[in-house]
Design a protein around this ligand. Structure first.
Ligand code: GTP
Ligand code: MG
Length: 361
């Protein structure tokens, strides 16, 4: 399962600074003029998982494979973007296929950094961006033309979904906040509509704000439904400036500002929780590896994430909890102590399950 996140927001809010901090190296141009980014930048980052390092020691392998996550940094969007204003609209198509949107909202005050509407107003800014995504979706929907004459049952259902979605969007409601019928969901998925994608709000704040978000950040955003569950608070510039330091030093420095975790970790954790994702692990002599799946995935489907043959020929899976595996120093003792269970195809996978699939080919 490939995870990808598209970064959107107004110009000059810190998207490229965030992107660079996430990638821990300078790729995107980040500068104090709006529309600094023109071509979209794509970067792949490994999803950190400390458990894998522990497992590698236990099973004595050097090969650790982390899941990958892709970030897309695109040009800033402005009012009218969907009508071709600015540069951003052209790039919205580049993020059509992402699994989630990271919507960067500027809260930091800095007279030296120009804001496109000359004042910091996170609520207005959020509405501007959401509105542009809605307009882009409506544009996509307008292109869906009902064929003339008799249409199939599938087509009928599809166009009912299209009409339903148009109704929602025409009221100015972004798709991700709407309750959708099955038909509507189908259309949103098939057409990769942007305003329907899960959103993580990235609140780009200054040093004072970051020290106490409950006081300086969240009250300003309550009216638009942003809270701790759907957002992360990041000081993009600070993290960008620190990106070349070793992680340990970065964390020490960030802790002086009451920041406990680097932006990448926060964003990934939030991304996993918003998308309902978990990881199961495999641990053998050859390699240790984390695999990303949706919550609720069965053992048979999880096997298919590794290889379709595993899914087709599934017999059973041996499963042990990560903590038990570590306490028993590996498979052998965990088995002896009865901590490895054999489960069937309908077993629902849990985060941190260490698994060995048995299959027939
Ligand atoms: N003071 C302050 N400045 C920041 C922060 N984040 C970014 N900046 C500055 O704001 C300017 C714009 O940042 P970028 O990361 O290029 O912004 P962007 O959103 O990618 O802009 P476009 O590509 O033009 O849409 C740069 O000079 C950054 O150093 C922050 O948290 N605090
Ligand atoms: Mg940029």
């Amino acid at each position: 399962m490939k995870l990808s996140i598209g970064i959107v927001g107004l110009p000059n809010v810190g998207k490229s600074s965030l992107f660079n901090a996430l990638l821990q190296r300078q790729i995107a141009d980040s500068a104090n003029y709006p529309f600094c980014t023109i071509e979209p930048n794509v970067g792949v980052v490994e999803v950190p998982d400390k458990r894998l390092n522990t497992l590698a020691k236990i099973v004595e392998t050097k090969k650790i494979i982390y899941p990958a996550i892709e970030f897309y940094d695109i040009a800033g969007l402005v009012k009218g973007a969907s009508k071709g204003e600015g540069l951003g609209n052209k790039f919205l198509s580049h993020i059509k296929e992402v699994s989630a949107i990271a919507h960067v909202i500027r809260l930091f005050e800095d007279k030296n950094i120009k804001h496109v509407s000359d004042k910091i107003n996170p609520v207005e800014d959020l509405k501007t961006i959401e509105y542009e995504l809605i307009l882009k979706d409506l544009e996509t929907l307008e292109k869906q033309k009902k064929p003339k004459g008799k249409i199939t049952k599938e087509e009928t259902i599809f166009f009912q979904g299209v009409d339903g979605i148009k109704n929602i969007l025409n009221k100015g409601v972004p798709g991700h906040t709407a309750k959708l019928s099955e038909k509507e969901l189908l259309v949103a998925k098939r057409l990769n509509l942007l305003s329907f994608k899960p959103v993580i709000y990235v609140l780009n704040v200054d040093e004072e704000q970051v020290s106490d978000p409950e006081r300086f950040v969240y009250p300003k955003l309550k009216e638009v439904g942003i809270d701790k569950t759907n957002s992360v608070v990041i000081n993009a510039r600070l993290e960008n400036e620190l990106k070349d330091y070793p992680l340990k030093e970065r964390l020490e420095f960030l802790q002086e500002f009451n920041i406990q975790n680097i932006g990448l970790d926060k964003l990934i954790q939030k991304g996993y929780s918003i998308l309902g994702l978990i990881s199961f692990l495999t641990a053998g002599k050859k390699e240790v590896k984390a695999w990303t799946i949706k919550k609720g995935t069965t053992a048979r489907s999880a096997a298919g994430v590794i290889h379709t043959d595993f899914e087709k020929g599934f017999i059973k899976a041996d499963v042990v909890r990560y903590d038990d595996f570590v306490k028993n120093n590996g498979w052998i003792k965990a088995r002896e102590n009865g901590l490895v269970s054999s489960v069937g195809e309908d077993y629902i996978m849990k985060d941190g399950d260490i698994v060995e699939f048995k299959f027939n080919v």
